[in-house]
Design a binder for this molecule. Structure first.
Ligand code: PMV
Length: 347
């Protein structure tokens, strides 16, 4: 029997992946850039065991047995076994490929609530499978086939997912572009406005946007590529102010194309907009004082929860501002739950 347990943190996109050009292989319409958070707070933990005594493959998610028929898990499993069998042909491993697998996975934060649970989950699953079957090399393109954004959680720090040009997806993978401390002493605050499952999953939301939104065509052809270039430049120059402006602009564009789809996909709530407007007010004060390095930025995934990137120097101030503006009820619940954390290097 072989058993491996590992943990993978969530990643938060600052230039969003939104829209697929190939749904089966999960190939995106644009490059994206993200920050992988630390393992201190929001992470997935997965244990993978293989044994000659297991009689079937089995899967548990958050303590509940689930079907392994899920095509995305199957894609990851198939690809790992395919790569492992290649190694075996090279004569490097014992015969484990016919053993059944048991997978036990759990998130320590709400699943499918627009908090990047699938990114952490699939990155963790693929990494654990890779370890158990002795598969080496790039795992990001396998994690991508579980959930697109998962390919970025395989690496730590700032990560870019290259959309690639090939039809078979072999050049669609993630690579680290800068370490987690690139912007020193950075803090991340996650404001959970609602931790329920989202109404429109990202797969359906992306499909609808690509099929019906004209604004999405503008994003693909004219906007997001230039923003990727500007973000790479901002990162290279450590230009925090530009990083903030680009992050905010890309989140707003993603939610604009969602709203422009038919019927519209609405992910942000009144609370989300109130958090965004608080950040803009705060930034105006910092700009008027000439403190561009104290700017804060927000980004929203396919849900109402805000992710704020906050310089350490103003993190306490921002946190108390948030707590005063959105006072926690007593006892704290998911509607007022704010988590602070910092990005970390993983790989
Ligand atoms: O990987 P998915 O299918 O969960 O899509 C995630 C999409 C966003 O989180 C909204 C954006 C991103 O780049 O992570």
């Amino acid at each position: 029997m072989r058993t491996v347990t590992c943990a993978a943190p969530v990643n938060i996109a600052v230039i969003k992946y939104w829209g697929k050009r190939d749904e089966r292989l999960i190939l995106p319409v644009n490059d994206s850039i993200s920050f992988t958070l630390s393992l201190d707070e929001m992470y997935s933990k997965t244990t993978v065991s293989i044994s000659p005594t297991f009689t079937e493959d089995k899967f548990w998610l958050n303590g509940k047995e689930e079907s392994l028929e899920n095509p995305r898990i199957q894609n990851c499993l198939k690809e790992i076994r395919r790569r492992a069998s290649k190694r075996k042909l090279e004569g490097s491993d014992e015969d484990v490929l016919n053993w059944h697998v048991h997978i036990c996975s759990a998130n320590n934060f709400p699943t499918a609530a627009g908090l990047a649970s699938s990114a952490a989950g699939y990155a963790c699953l693929v990494y654990a499978l890779g370890q158990v079957y002795g598969v080496e090399g790039d795992l990001s393109s396998i994690a991508r086939q579980g959930s697109g954004s998962a390919c970025r959680s395989v690496h730590g720090g700032l990560v870019r997912w290259y959309k690639g040009e090939m039809e078979d997806g072999t050049d669609s993978f993630a690579r680290p572009i800068a370490p987690a401390n690139h912007f020193p002493n950075l803090r991340v605050i996650i404001c959970v406005a609602n931790d329920g499952r989202k109404k429109t999953g990202s797969t359906e939301g992306m499909r609808r946007t690509v099929q019906t939104s004209r604004l999405m065509q503008y994003r693909i052809r004219e906007s997001v590529g230039l923003r990727i270039d500007s973000m790479m430049q901002a990162i290279k120059e450590k230009n925090w102010s530009a990083f903030c402006d680009l992050t905010i602009a890309d989140s707003n564009e993603m939610h604009a194309v969602c709203q422009d789809s038919f019927p519209p996909c609405i992910y942000m709530s009144d609370t989300s907009h109130a958090v965004a407007s608080l950040v803009h007010q705060y930034n105006e004060i910092q700009i008027s004082k000439g403190n561009l390095n104290n700017k804060v930025c927000y980004t929203f995934d396919a849900g109402p929860n805000a992710c704020l990137f906050v310089p350490g120097a103003v993190a306490n101030e921002m946190l108390s501002l948030l707590l005063r503006t959105f006072p926690p009820s007593s006892p704290p619940n998911a509607d007022n739950f704010i988590r602070g954390m910092k990005p970390q290097t993983l790989s």
